[in-house]
Design a protein around this ligand. Structure first.
Ligand SMILES: Nc1nc2c(ncn2[C@@H]2O[C@H](COP(=O)(O)OP(=O)(O)OP(=O)(O)O)[C@@H](O)[C@H]2O)c(=O)[nH]1
Ligand SMILES: [Mg+2]
Length: 238
């Protein structure tokens, strides 16, 4: 609960047995979280058992993909304030408080993992990944007249339910380039969007998306094409 408003945290999880329990308890331990919802995306390790051993709500999404898991969780959300994050040890539950403080004045708060001082030693945010994220974020910012943006891959975000409800059924990107669609829809749905730095830590468990540079570059290109295509589509919508 944050100032009489309910708070839910959503985790997408694909084979995250190493970090899942700790991530769930860390968020509950902040004292502000009413419910952690974990969307298990066909995990074949002990993720399911890990979730069930905690007080978190277990959801299952059969369609593979980072976006598919997040969309399932976002559509199930009922709280006043909804926070998305990852249960892989890369985010700090303490940062929830930073997002909540901003939620007093903003409807949507994006985290950014590219602030140099907040990147921990050993975190997967080397120069290439950092600059790539900033560059693609700037493209999105300029084409959609957004707030200052420096990250297109950060899962740690906060959104108020009234804003989320205005576009949640239109979310369609089930793959790893889900975040640009979420960001574009948020910017188009609300004037009160802001990005703030969050801590970025080394991962526990195995990386599924940006752990390999080749994969990260391919994802960056997919995001650029998605942003350009969406901008062209919006020209015809007005
Ligand atoms: N790749 C992938 N991730 C999924 C899927 N379903 C849920 N996830 C979760 O989505 C989150 C993002 O995947 P990560 O492997 O952490 O990718 P990343 O955050 O880009 O990179 P690292 O954290 O550095 O490994 C994790 O919490 C995954 O467990 C899926 O089908 N595919
Ligand atoms: Mg991750």
């Amino acid at each position: 609960m944050w100032k009489q408003q309910t708070v839910q945290v959503i985790f997408p999880a694909f084979n995250e047995e190493e970090g899942i329990r700790r991530a769930i308890t860390d968020f509950y331990d902040t004292g502000f979280v009413d419910e952690v919802i974990v969307v298990d995306n066909n995990s074949t390790d002990g993720t399911r058992e890990g979730i069930l051993a905690t007080g978190a709500t277990y959801l299952f999404e059969q369609q593979p993909g980072y976006g598919a898991a997040l969309i399932r969780g976002l559509r199930a959300a009922t709280a006043d304030i909804i926070v998305t994050c990852e249960p892989d040890g890369t985010f700090s539950a303490r940062d929830l408080i930073k997002l909540l403080i901003y939620s007093d004045d903003y409807e949507v708060v994006f985290g950014t993992r590219t602030s140099k001082a907040a990147i921990w030693s050993g975190a997967n945010m080397g120069w290439m990944l950092r600059m790539g994220n900033v560059a693609v974020a700037k493209l999105l910012e300029y084409l959609f007249n957004g707030p200052c943006l420096t990250d297109v891959g950060c899962t740690m975000k906060l959104i108020r339910r009234n804003v989320l409800e205005s576009f949640v059924q239109q979310l369609s990107v089930t793959g790893s380039h889900f975040q640009p669609q979420f960001m574009i829809m948020s910017i188009r749905a609300s004037q009160k969007v802001i990005e703030i730095p969050v801590e970025y830590l080394p991962r526990t468990g195995v990386s599924k998306i940006t752990g390999k540079l080749g994969k990260a570059i391919r994802l960056g290109m997919t995001m650029i094409l998605f942003i350009l295509k969406t901008r062209v589509q919006t020209l015809f919508q007005r």
